[in-house]
Design a protein around this ligand. Structure first.
Ligand code: ADP
Length: 429
Protein backbone atom coordinates (compact mmCIF):
# COMPACT_ATOMS: atom_id res chain seq x y z
CA UNK A 1 0.00 0.00 0.00
CA UNK A 2 1.33 3.42 -0.91
CA UNK A 3 0.60 6.34 1.34
CA UNK A 4 0.72 9.73 -0.28
CA UNK A 5 2.55 12.26 1.87
CA UNK A 6 0.24 14.64 3.73
CA UNK A 7 -0.60 17.78 1.92
CA UNK A 8 -0.81 21.19 3.51
CA UNK A 9 -4.45 22.16 3.93
CA UNK A 10 -3.58 25.71 2.92
CA UNK A 11 -2.63 24.55 -0.54
CA UNK A 12 -5.98 22.80 -0.91
CA UNK A 13 -8.05 25.65 0.40
CA UNK A 14 -6.93 28.35 -1.97
CA UNK A 15 -8.80 26.16 -4.36
CA UNK A 16 -12.51 26.79 -4.15
CA UNK A 17 -14.17 24.04 -6.15
CA UNK A 18 -15.76 20.95 -4.65
CA UNK A 19 -16.78 17.82 -6.52
CA UNK A 20 -19.72 16.02 -4.90
CA UNK A 21 -20.12 12.30 -5.62
CA UNK A 22 -23.17 10.22 -4.80
CA UNK A 23 -22.26 6.65 -5.71
CA UNK A 24 -25.06 4.09 -5.83
CA UNK A 25 -24.77 0.40 -6.63
CA UNK A 26 -25.19 0.97 -10.37
CA UNK A 27 -25.05 4.74 -10.69
CA UNK A 28 -22.91 7.76 -9.91
CA UNK A 29 -24.35 11.25 -9.62
CA UNK A 30 -21.89 14.12 -9.58
CA UNK A 31 -21.89 17.88 -9.27
CA UNK A 32 -19.00 20.31 -9.47
CA UNK A 33 -19.56 23.45 -7.41
CA UNK A 34 -17.76 26.78 -7.22
CA UNK A 35 -17.71 27.66 -3.52
CA UNK A 36 -17.07 31.34 -4.20
CA UNK A 37 -20.78 31.75 -4.85
CA UNK A 38 -21.93 28.13 -4.25
CA UNK A 39 -22.97 27.89 -7.90
CA UNK A 40 -22.97 24.71 -9.97
CA UNK A 41 -20.40 24.45 -12.71
CA UNK A 42 -21.62 21.11 -14.01
CA UNK A 43 -23.92 18.27 -13.04
CA UNK A 44 -24.06 14.73 -14.31
CA UNK A 45 -25.22 11.19 -13.88
CA UNK A 46 -23.88 7.82 -14.96
CA UNK A 47 -26.50 5.11 -14.75
CA UNK A 48 -26.77 1.37 -15.38
CA UNK A 49 -23.05 0.92 -14.70
CA UNK A 50 -21.90 -2.57 -15.72
CA UNK A 51 -24.76 -3.09 -18.17
CA UNK A 52 -24.62 -2.79 -21.96
CA UNK A 53 -27.12 0.05 -21.76
CA UNK A 54 -25.02 2.36 -19.53
CA UNK A 55 -25.66 6.04 -20.05
CA UNK A 56 -23.89 9.23 -19.03
CA UNK A 57 -25.75 12.54 -18.95
CA UNK A 58 -23.58 15.60 -18.47
CA UNK A 59 -24.73 19.22 -18.24
CA UNK A 60 -22.19 22.05 -18.09
CA UNK A 61 -23.70 25.11 -16.41
CA UNK A 62 -21.00 27.67 -17.07
CA UNK A 63 -22.27 28.87 -20.45
CA UNK A 64 -25.61 30.47 -21.28
CA UNK A 65 -27.63 27.46 -22.40
CA UNK A 66 -27.40 24.40 -20.23
CA UNK A 67 -27.19 21.73 -22.90
CA UNK A 68 -27.06 18.12 -21.76
CA UNK A 69 -24.64 15.79 -23.51
CA UNK A 70 -25.31 12.07 -23.57
CA UNK A 71 -22.99 9.08 -23.92
CA UNK A 72 -24.34 5.59 -24.32
CA UNK A 73 -22.68 2.15 -24.38
CA UNK A 74 -21.29 -0.06 -21.67
CA UNK A 75 -19.46 1.65 -18.81
CA UNK A 76 -17.89 -1.31 -17.03
CA UNK A 77 -17.51 -0.13 -13.44
CA UNK A 78 -17.35 2.86 -11.10
CA UNK A 79 -13.77 3.64 -12.09
CA UNK A 80 -14.79 3.83 -15.75
CA UNK A 81 -17.82 5.93 -14.80
CA UNK A 82 -15.71 8.48 -12.96
CA UNK A 83 -13.17 8.52 -15.77
CA UNK A 84 -15.95 9.23 -18.30
CA UNK A 85 -17.35 11.99 -16.07
CA UNK A 86 -13.86 13.47 -15.71
CA UNK A 87 -13.47 13.50 -19.51
CA UNK A 88 -16.75 15.36 -19.88
CA UNK A 89 -15.71 17.89 -17.24
CA UNK A 90 -12.32 18.31 -18.94
CA UNK A 91 -14.05 19.01 -22.26
CA UNK A 92 -15.69 22.00 -20.55
CA UNK A 93 -12.39 23.22 -19.12
CA UNK A 94 -13.37 21.86 -15.69
CA UNK A 95 -10.91 18.94 -15.50
CA UNK A 96 -10.49 17.16 -12.18
CA UNK A 97 -6.73 17.64 -12.43
CA UNK A 98 -7.35 21.35 -11.87
CA UNK A 99 -5.54 22.96 -8.90
CA UNK A 100 -8.81 24.76 -8.23
CA UNK A 101 -10.38 21.57 -6.93
CA UNK A 102 -10.26 21.75 -3.11
CA UNK A 103 -11.80 18.45 -2.15
CA UNK A 104 -14.17 15.67 -3.14
CA UNK A 105 -17.27 15.26 -0.96
CA UNK A 106 -18.89 11.83 -0.87
CA UNK A 107 -22.37 10.93 0.25
CA UNK A 108 -22.00 7.92 2.55
CA UNK A 109 -25.24 6.34 3.66
CA UNK A 110 -24.35 4.64 6.94
CA UNK A 111 -21.97 6.13 9.46
CA UNK A 112 -23.25 4.19 12.47
CA UNK A 113 -22.67 5.83 15.84
CA UNK A 114 -19.05 6.64 15.18
CA UNK A 115 -19.50 9.35 12.53
CA UNK A 116 -21.46 12.29 13.88
CA UNK A 117 -19.89 14.83 11.51
CA UNK A 118 -18.37 15.06 8.05
CA UNK A 119 -15.06 13.26 8.17
CA UNK A 120 -11.89 13.31 6.10
CA UNK A 121 -11.40 9.81 4.72
CA UNK A 122 -8.33 7.94 5.93
CA UNK A 123 -7.61 4.22 5.72
CA UNK A 124 -9.01 3.83 9.21
CA UNK A 125 -12.21 5.71 8.30
CA UNK A 126 -12.68 3.54 5.22
CA UNK A 127 -12.29 0.41 7.35
CA UNK A 128 -15.00 1.66 9.70
CA UNK A 129 -17.35 2.41 6.76
CA UNK A 130 -16.63 -1.14 5.61
CA UNK A 131 -17.44 -2.49 9.07
CA UNK A 132 -20.89 -0.94 8.69
CA UNK A 133 -21.65 -2.86 5.46
CA UNK A 134 -23.77 -5.47 7.31
CA UNK A 135 -26.19 -2.71 8.38
CA UNK A 136 -26.17 -0.98 4.96
CA UNK A 137 -25.55 -3.80 2.48
CA UNK A 138 -27.19 -1.99 -0.43
CA UNK A 139 -25.44 1.35 0.03
CA UNK A 140 -22.10 1.40 1.84
CA UNK A 141 -20.27 -0.89 -0.64
CA UNK A 142 -21.11 1.48 -3.51
CA UNK A 143 -20.06 4.50 -1.43
CA UNK A 144 -16.73 2.80 -0.64
CA UNK A 145 -16.15 2.04 -4.32
CA UNK A 146 -16.82 5.69 -5.15
CA UNK A 147 -14.32 6.89 -2.55
CA UNK A 148 -11.60 4.46 -3.66
CA UNK A 149 -12.12 5.41 -7.29
CA UNK A 150 -11.87 9.12 -6.50
CA UNK A 151 -8.79 8.54 -4.34
CA UNK A 152 -7.08 6.74 -7.20
CA UNK A 153 -7.88 9.63 -9.51
CA UNK A 154 -6.76 12.43 -7.15
CA UNK A 155 -4.66 10.84 -4.39
CA UNK A 156 -3.41 14.27 -3.35
CA UNK A 157 -6.87 15.65 -2.50
CA UNK A 158 -8.84 15.40 0.74
CA UNK A 159 -11.83 13.09 0.31
CA UNK A 160 -14.60 13.95 2.74
CA UNK A 161 -17.36 11.53 3.76
CA UNK A 162 -20.71 13.15 4.59
CA UNK A 163 -22.99 10.66 6.31
CA UNK A 164 -26.76 10.29 5.88
CA UNK A 165 -26.98 9.14 9.48
CA UNK A 166 -24.94 11.93 11.09
CA UNK A 167 -27.76 14.44 11.66
CA UNK A 168 -29.71 11.82 13.59
CA UNK A 169 -26.97 10.95 16.07
CA UNK A 170 -28.42 13.60 18.43
CA UNK A 171 -31.54 11.47 18.95
CA UNK A 172 -32.01 10.65 22.62
CA UNK A 173 -31.32 7.08 23.61
CA UNK A 174 -34.99 6.42 24.34
CA UNK A 175 -35.85 7.29 20.72
CA UNK A 176 -32.91 5.44 19.15
CA UNK A 177 -33.25 2.11 21.01
CA UNK A 178 -35.61 -0.64 19.99
CA UNK A 179 -37.30 -2.32 22.93
CA UNK A 180 -35.46 -5.60 22.44
CA UNK A 181 -32.90 -7.46 24.55
CA UNK A 182 -30.09 -4.99 25.18
CA UNK A 183 -27.21 -7.49 24.88
CA UNK A 184 -28.46 -8.82 21.55
CA UNK A 185 -29.04 -5.29 20.25
CA UNK A 186 -25.60 -4.09 21.29
CA UNK A 187 -23.78 -7.18 20.04
CA UNK A 188 -25.18 -6.59 16.56
CA UNK A 189 -25.36 -2.77 16.65
CA UNK A 190 -29.12 -2.90 16.27
CA UNK A 191 -30.69 0.50 16.91
CA UNK A 192 -32.43 3.28 15.00
CA UNK A 193 -29.91 5.31 13.00
CA UNK A 194 -32.14 7.21 10.54
CA UNK A 195 -31.22 8.31 7.01
CA UNK A 196 -31.68 11.28 4.63
CA UNK A 197 -29.94 13.26 7.38
CA UNK A 198 -28.22 15.65 4.98
CA UNK A 199 -31.61 16.60 3.59
CA UNK A 200 -33.29 16.89 7.03
CA UNK A 201 -30.43 19.11 8.21
CA UNK A 202 -30.56 21.39 5.17
CA UNK A 203 -34.35 21.63 5.01
CA UNK A 204 -34.87 22.24 8.74
CA UNK A 205 -32.30 25.07 8.62
CA UNK A 206 -33.90 26.58 5.51
CA UNK A 207 -37.33 26.36 7.14
CA UNK A 208 -36.09 28.41 10.10
CA UNK A 209 -34.73 30.96 7.62
CA UNK A 210 -38.12 31.08 5.89
CA UNK A 211 -39.75 31.82 9.25
CA UNK A 212 -37.19 34.57 9.89
CA UNK A 213 -35.80 32.73 12.91
CA UNK A 214 -32.60 30.88 13.83
CA UNK A 215 -32.62 27.06 13.80
CA UNK A 216 -32.15 27.15 17.61
CA UNK A 217 -35.45 29.01 18.00
CA UNK A 218 -37.73 26.64 16.12
CA UNK A 219 -39.20 23.16 16.29
CA UNK A 220 -39.96 21.63 12.91
CA UNK A 221 -41.28 18.42 11.43
CA UNK A 222 -39.59 17.62 8.12
CA UNK A 223 -41.29 15.26 5.68
CA UNK A 224 -38.77 14.11 3.07
CA UNK A 225 -40.99 12.41 0.50
CA UNK A 226 -38.96 11.12 -2.42
CA UNK A 227 -38.95 7.57 -3.71
CA UNK A 228 -37.52 6.79 -0.28
CA UNK A 229 -39.36 8.76 2.39
CA UNK A 230 -38.69 9.75 5.98
CA UNK A 231 -39.94 12.13 8.63
CA UNK A 232 -37.93 13.84 11.32
CA UNK A 233 -38.65 15.93 14.39
CA UNK A 234 -36.06 18.68 14.81
CA UNK A 235 -36.02 20.67 18.07
CA UNK A 236 -33.86 23.79 18.12
CA UNK A 237 -31.75 22.54 15.23
CA UNK A 238 -31.17 19.07 16.69
CA UNK A 239 -32.85 15.91 15.45
CA UNK A 240 -34.82 14.24 18.27
CA UNK A 241 -36.73 11.60 16.30
CA UNK A 242 -36.80 10.16 12.80
CA UNK A 243 -38.83 7.51 11.05
CA UNK A 244 -36.16 5.35 9.42
CA UNK A 245 -34.38 2.86 11.65
CA UNK A 246 -31.60 0.31 11.47
CA UNK A 247 -32.13 0.48 7.71
CA UNK A 248 -34.19 2.78 5.45
CA UNK A 249 -37.08 0.27 5.55
CA UNK A 250 -38.84 1.59 8.67
CA UNK A 251 -41.38 4.39 8.82
CA UNK A 252 -43.43 5.99 6.08
CA UNK A 253 -44.96 4.22 3.09
CA UNK A 254 -42.43 4.73 0.27
CA UNK A 255 -42.24 4.19 -3.48
CA UNK A 256 -41.25 0.53 -3.15
CA UNK A 257 -40.73 0.00 0.62
CA UNK A 258 -43.42 -0.99 3.09
CA UNK A 259 -42.30 1.26 5.95
CA UNK A 260 -43.66 0.21 9.37
CA UNK A 261 -44.87 -3.35 9.54
CA UNK A 262 -45.39 -5.92 12.30
CA UNK A 263 -42.08 -7.84 12.37
CA UNK A 264 -44.12 -11.02 12.75
CA UNK A 265 -45.16 -10.62 9.10
CA UNK A 266 -41.62 -11.72 8.21
CA UNK A 267 -41.84 -14.87 10.39
CA UNK A 268 -45.19 -15.60 8.81
CA UNK A 269 -43.84 -15.19 5.29
CA UNK A 270 -41.01 -17.55 6.17
CA UNK A 271 -42.98 -20.20 8.02
CA UNK A 272 -46.27 -20.14 6.18
CA UNK A 273 -45.45 -18.77 2.71
CA UNK A 274 -42.07 -20.57 2.60
CA UNK A 275 -40.17 -17.49 1.48
CA UNK A 276 -36.42 -17.15 2.03
CA UNK A 277 -34.90 -14.23 3.94
CA UNK A 278 -33.63 -12.75 0.67
CA UNK A 279 -37.04 -13.04 -0.94
CA UNK A 280 -38.65 -11.27 2.01
CA UNK A 281 -35.97 -8.58 1.82
CA UNK A 282 -36.79 -7.98 -1.85
CA UNK A 283 -40.54 -8.07 -1.15
CA UNK A 284 -40.38 -5.42 1.58
CA UNK A 285 -37.74 -3.18 -0.01
CA UNK A 286 -38.53 -3.41 -3.71
CA UNK A 287 -42.06 -4.74 -4.20
CA UNK A 288 -43.99 -3.03 -1.43
CA UNK A 289 -45.04 0.54 -0.67
CA UNK A 290 -46.92 2.28 -3.46
CA UNK A 291 -45.67 -0.13 -6.11
CA UNK A 292 -46.84 -3.13 -4.09
CA UNK A 293 -50.19 -1.56 -3.38
CA UNK A 294 -51.09 -0.40 -6.87
CA UNK A 295 -48.29 -1.25 -9.32
CA UNK A 296 -47.01 2.32 -9.65
CA UNK A 297 -44.57 4.23 -7.48
CA UNK A 298 -44.68 7.56 -9.28
CA UNK A 299 -47.12 9.89 -7.54
CA UNK A 300 -47.93 11.63 -10.84
CA UNK A 301 -49.11 8.35 -12.34
CA UNK A 302 -51.05 7.44 -9.19
CA UNK A 303 -52.88 10.78 -9.28
CA UNK A 304 -53.65 10.31 -12.98
CA UNK A 305 -55.16 6.89 -12.25
CA UNK A 306 -57.19 8.28 -9.34
CA UNK A 307 -58.58 10.96 -11.65
CA UNK A 308 -59.70 8.14 -13.95
CA UNK A 309 -61.51 6.43 -11.06
CA UNK A 310 -58.93 3.70 -10.33
CA UNK A 311 -59.73 2.27 -6.87
CA UNK A 312 -56.43 0.52 -6.24
CA UNK A 313 -54.55 3.74 -6.88
CA UNK A 314 -56.97 5.61 -4.58
CA UNK A 315 -56.44 3.10 -1.76
CA UNK A 316 -52.64 3.26 -2.19
CA UNK A 317 -52.83 7.07 -1.93
CA UNK A 318 -55.01 6.86 1.19
CA UNK A 319 -52.63 4.41 2.90
CA UNK A 320 -49.66 6.65 2.03
CA UNK A 321 -51.37 9.75 3.42
CA UNK A 322 -52.74 7.98 6.52
CA UNK A 323 -49.19 6.98 7.53
CA UNK A 324 -47.99 10.55 7.00
CA UNK A 325 -50.75 11.89 9.24
CA UNK A 326 -49.84 9.41 11.97
CA UNK A 327 -46.25 10.64 11.93
CA UNK A 328 -47.26 14.31 11.94
CA UNK A 329 -49.42 13.62 15.00
CA UNK A 330 -46.75 11.57 16.75
CA UNK A 331 -44.00 14.11 16.11
CA UNK A 332 -46.25 16.97 17.26
CA UNK A 333 -46.51 15.11 20.55
CA UNK A 334 -42.76 14.43 20.67
CA UNK A 335 -41.93 18.11 20.05
CA UNK A 336 -44.66 19.59 22.27
CA UNK A 337 -44.59 22.84 20.31
CA UNK A 338 -44.36 22.80 16.52
CA UNK A 339 -43.45 25.91 14.52
CA UNK A 340 -43.55 24.37 11.05
CA UNK A 341 -44.33 21.22 9.10
CA UNK A 342 -42.12 21.16 6.03
CA UNK A 343 -42.53 19.13 2.83
CA UNK A 344 -39.53 18.29 0.66
CA UNK A 345 -38.13 15.95 -2.07
CA UNK A 346 -39.89 14.78 -5.26
CA UNK A 347 -43.36 14.13 -3.85
CA UNK A 348 -43.19 16.72 -1.06
CA UNK A 349 -42.07 19.51 -3.39
CA UNK A 350 -44.38 18.68 -6.27
CA UNK A 351 -47.54 16.96 -5.13
CA UNK A 352 -50.14 19.48 -3.93
CA UNK A 353 -52.72 16.67 -3.40
CA UNK A 354 -50.38 14.79 -1.01
CA UNK A 355 -49.71 17.96 1.00
CA UNK A 356 -53.38 18.85 1.13
CA UNK A 357 -54.49 15.36 2.17
CA UNK A 358 -51.73 14.93 4.77
CA UNK A 359 -52.68 18.16 6.56
CA UNK A 360 -56.47 17.87 6.14
CA UNK A 361 -58.27 17.44 9.44
CA UNK A 362 -55.32 18.55 11.58
CA UNK A 363 -56.77 21.96 12.49
CA UNK A 364 -56.71 20.97 16.17
CA UNK A 365 -52.92 20.78 15.86
CA UNK A 366 -52.89 24.28 14.38
CA UNK A 367 -52.29 22.97 10.86
CA UNK A 368 -54.09 24.37 7.84
CA UNK A 369 -53.18 24.51 4.14
CA UNK A 370 -54.25 27.39 1.90
CA UNK A 371 -55.48 25.83 -1.35
CA UNK A 372 -54.29 28.77 -3.49
CA UNK A 373 -50.78 28.82 -2.01
CA UNK A 374 -50.57 25.02 -2.17
CA UNK A 375 -51.32 25.07 -5.89
CA UNK A 376 -48.41 27.42 -6.71
CA UNK A 377 -45.51 25.68 -8.48
CA UNK A 378 -42.12 27.07 -7.56
CA UNK A 379 -38.56 26.00 -6.94
CA UNK A 380 -38.29 28.38 -3.97
CA UNK A 381 -38.93 27.78 -0.28
CA UNK A 382 -42.47 28.95 0.44
CA UNK A 383 -45.31 28.93 2.95
CA UNK A 384 -48.54 27.16 2.00
CA UNK A 385 -50.45 27.90 5.23
CA UNK A 386 -52.66 30.98 5.66
CA UNK A 387 -51.40 33.87 7.79
CA UNK A 388 -53.74 33.08 10.66
CA UNK A 389 -52.50 29.49 11.08
CA UNK A 390 -50.81 28.75 14.42
CA UNK A 391 -48.27 26.43 12.78
CA UNK A 392 -46.60 27.18 9.45
CA UNK A 393 -46.82 24.61 6.66
CA UNK A 394 -44.01 25.02 4.14
CA UNK A 395 -42.46 23.57 1.01
CA UNK A 396 -38.66 23.72 0.99
CA UNK A 397 -36.81 22.19 -1.97
CA UNK A 398 -34.01 20.01 -0.67
CA UNK A 399 -30.44 20.28 -1.96
CA UNK A 400 -28.34 17.45 -0.62
CA UNK A 401 -25.46 18.14 -3.00
CA UNK A 402 -25.13 21.75 -1.89
CA UNK A 403 -25.22 20.64 1.74
CA UNK A 404 -22.49 18.03 1.07
CA UNK A 405 -20.39 20.66 -0.74
CA UNK A 406 -20.88 23.16 2.11
CA UNK A 407 -19.96 20.62 4.78
CA UNK A 408 -16.96 19.40 2.77
CA UNK A 409 -15.66 22.88 2.09
CA UNK A 410 -16.22 24.00 5.69
CA UNK A 411 -14.25 21.00 6.97
CA UNK A 412 -11.33 21.69 4.64
CA UNK A 413 -11.56 25.38 5.61
CA UNK A 414 -11.51 24.61 9.35
CA UNK A 415 -8.40 22.52 8.88
CA UNK A 416 -6.86 25.41 6.98
CA UNK A 417 -7.63 27.94 9.72
CA UNK A 418 -6.20 25.57 12.31
CA UNK A 419 -3.08 25.16 10.16
CA UNK A 420 -3.60 21.40 10.16
CA UNK A 421 -2.30 19.02 7.59
CA UNK A 422 -5.12 17.30 5.75
CA UNK A 423 -4.88 13.56 5.57
CA UNK A 424 -5.21 12.55 1.97
CA UNK A 425 -6.23 9.34 0.30
CA UNK A 426 -4.30 6.15 0.15
CA UNK A 427 -4.04 4.37 -3.16
CA UNK A 428 -3.12 0.83 -4.19
CA UNK A 429 -6.01 -0.81 -2.42
P1 ADP B 1 -35.19 9.90 -4.84
O1 ADP B 1 -35.65 9.33 -3.53
O2 ADP B 1 -34.99 8.88 -5.90
O3 ADP B 1 -34.11 10.94 -4.73
P2 ADP B 1 -36.94 12.12 -5.58
O4 ADP B 1 -36.84 12.97 -4.37
O5 ADP B 1 -36.39 12.62 -6.86
O6 ADP B 1 -36.49 10.64 -5.32
O7 ADP B 1 -38.51 11.81 -5.79
C1 ADP B 1 -38.95 11.00 -6.84
C2 ADP B 1 -40.45 10.87 -6.76
O8 ADP B 1 -41.05 12.16 -6.74
C3 ADP B 1 -41.09 10.18 -7.96
O9 ADP B 1 -41.11 8.78 -7.78
C4 ADP B 1 -42.50 10.75 -7.96
O10 ADP B 1 -43.35 9.94 -7.16
C5 ADP B 1 -42.36 12.09 -7.28
N1 ADP B 1 -42.54 13.22 -8.20
C6 ADP B 1 -41.62 13.80 -8.98
N2 ADP B 1 -42.15 14.82 -9.68
C7 ADP B 1 -43.45 14.90 -9.31
C8 ADP B 1 -44.57 15.72 -9.67
N3 ADP B 1 -44.44 16.71 -10.56
N4 ADP B 1 -45.74 15.48 -9.07
C9 ADP B 1 -45.88 14.50 -8.16
N5 ADP B 1 -44.90 13.68 -7.79
C10 ADP B 1 -43.69 13.87 -8.35
Amino acid sequence: MTTTPPKKASAAVQARRVLVLNSGSSSVKYQLLDMNDRSRLAIGLVERIGETTSRLLHTPLTGGDAETRERTGRIADHAAALKAAAEELAADGLGLDSPELAAIGHRVVHGGLRFTEPTVVTDEVLKEIERLVPVAPLHNPANITGIRTAQAMRPDLPQVAVFDTAFHTTMPEYAARYAIDVETADAHRIRRYGFHGTSHAYVSRKAAELLGRTPEEVNVIVLHLGNGASASAVAGGRCVETSMGLTPLEGLVMGTRSGDIDPAVTFHLKRVAGMSTDEIDVLLNKKSGLVGLCGDNDMREIRRRIDEGDERAALAFDIYVHRLKKYIGAYSAVLGRVDAVVFTAGVGENSAPVREAAIAGLEELGLVVDAGLNAVRSGEPRLISPNYARVAVAVVPTDEELEIADQTFALVGRAESAGQEMPVGQVDN
